[in-house]
Design a protein around this ligand. Structure first.
Ligand code: SAH
Length: 427
């Protein structure tokens, strides 16, 4: 796999610091020249302006991120054994988590979190016996077939269970930045069924929860959002549900309603699920029924409301109508794709949080999230502060939330931390 004369990326003078700090990205501005035949996805050596070898990167001349470091050892061989070792390490990290998310045959979790697992550009999520692969970079694109086969083997070794199939969901905007078209379809083994019902594999079951209910989420691998579900919220769904007993709950930007489902299982008095996607709401309604919470006369079923609407408009309508809730979850989509959008996104976050604060009854709880990596935790806190001031409410943060531990963050790659959540009480 290693060519006899690999290409070389030569850094500009003084631009070696991020690489030495183990940041995996080499931006085109830091590169003096590429030497040799470089195709998108080629493996190359990385050298300082003085000629010192810093390691190996996967290269893509079409991307602003020209190099992605794979190894900081100039003597490393980036061969099949290298990739297998990285994949095995990623699986090991999950296996070693409390409540190992690999254990439940019908569980779902993230197996590979790209740069954070030393595998730049590769995401692999697991839904029961099916895996879903996202190739975000040219370096992964050229290897994806092999990576799929190796992962299936490692999965079997780690769990003793067969992987049924690996499906590709490389339908993400960032591929355009790499000069890659979107790609979706079976990659290895069987194609997944249109709908799977899975348990979230992370987070402890609710202690003393009234849950009649075994909570399972609907996952449509081929057509759902992301790779089929928002796995990063798995732990937070239970954290937030722990506040739900006896409360009227509004779950805004609910997708298939995971937060609301857990809240009902934990004894919420009523539930309003709101999203702009009719398909997601329909799947969510089925999930409630399967959990024994959705049929007439069962559980809090009479008090479940499904609202298909634009949240910005609907929250205003409810404010004007004087509606009130005791627990509101705000989990909007990513508002910031690039740094130029931060200010505008800040206003959008402030807008929905301000409205939500006005909809909360005294003593109410707000669980507010931002999955925009470019909005820092500090900025998010400031935005909420601004919203509270303008709403004339005082919010006291009692829990600070983040992405589930199967979405780890390397200290050398802070960009891997993107999901922030604040849970506060109106005082
Ligand atoms: N809370 C969900 C994930 C939410 S992702 C979970 O736990 O699974 C963001 C959701 O916001 C998506 O389901 C998307 O359909 C929805 N959405 C995007 N823009 C919206 C808008 N303007 N109004 C309402 N919903 C919106």
């Amino acid at each position: 796999m290693r060519p006899s004369a690999p290409p070389t990326l030569h850094l500009r003078p003084g631009r070696d610091k991020p690489v030495r700090g183990r940041h995996p990205w080499i931006f085109s501005g830091a590169v003096a020249r590429l030497e040799g035949e470089v195709e998108p996805g080629s493996l190359g050596r990385v050298r300082t302006a003085e000629g010192e070898e810093l390691g190996w990167a996967s290269l893509n001349p079409r991307s602003q991120i020209l190099g992605r470091m794979l190894s900081w050892q100039p003597e490393a061989r980036i061969d099949e054994a290298f990739w297998r070792a990285r994949l095995a390490e990623a699986l090991d990290l999950r296996a070693a988590l409390p409540d190992s998310p690999l254990a439940d045959p019908e569980g779902a979790c993230r197996l590979v979190h790209a740069e954070s697992d030393g595998l730049p550009g590769l995401v692999i999520d697991r839904y029961g016996p099916f895996l879903v692969l996202q190739a975000l970079t040219a370096g992964i694109e050229v290897l994806k077939q092999d990576l799929a086969a190796w992962t299936a083997e490692l999965w079997r070794a780690a769990t003793g269970r067969d992987c049924a199939g690996i499906y590709e969901r490389s339908d993400v905007d960032v591929r355009a930045k790499e000069g890659l078209a979107e790609q979706v379809g079976p990659l290895w083994g069987e194609a997944p069924p249109p709908r799977l019902w899975l348990r979230e594999a992370l987070g402890k079951p609710l202690a003393g929860g009234a849950g009649p209910a075994e909570v399972r989420l609907p996952v449509d691998i081929a057509s759902g959002h992301k790779t089929g579900a928002y796995l990063d919220q798995a732990v937070n769904r239970r954290r937030v549900a722990a506040y739900a007993r006896g409360r009227r709950v509004l779950n805004a930007f609910c997708y298939t309603g995971g937060f609301g489902l857990h809240a009902l299982a934990a004894g919420a008095a009523s539930l309003t699920q709101m999203d702009s996607s009719a398909t997601a709401l329909a799947a969510g309604a089925e999930a409630l029924e399967r959990a024994g919470l959705g049929g007439p006369g069962e559980g809090a079923a009479g008090a479940v409301e499904w609202v298909e609407a634009d949240a910005f408009t609907q929250l205003r309508r409810w404010r004007d109508a004087g509606r009130q809730w005791d627990l509101i979850v705000l989990d909007p989509p990513k508002f910031v794709q690039h740094a130029g959008q931060i200010a505008k996104a800040g206003r959008a976050y402030k807008d929905i949080n301000l409205l939500a604060l006005k909809l909360l009854a005294p003593g109410g709880i707000l669980a507010s999230f931002s999955c925009s990596g470019l909005v820092s935790p500090d900025l998010f806190l400031q935005i909420l502060h601004g919203a509270a001031l303008d709403a004339g409410r005082d919010l006291c943060i009692v829990e600070t939330l983040g992405q589930a531990p199967d979405h780890p963050v390397r200290l050398s790659f802070p960009e891997g931390r993107y999901l922030k959540g604040l849970l506060g009480r109106v005082v």
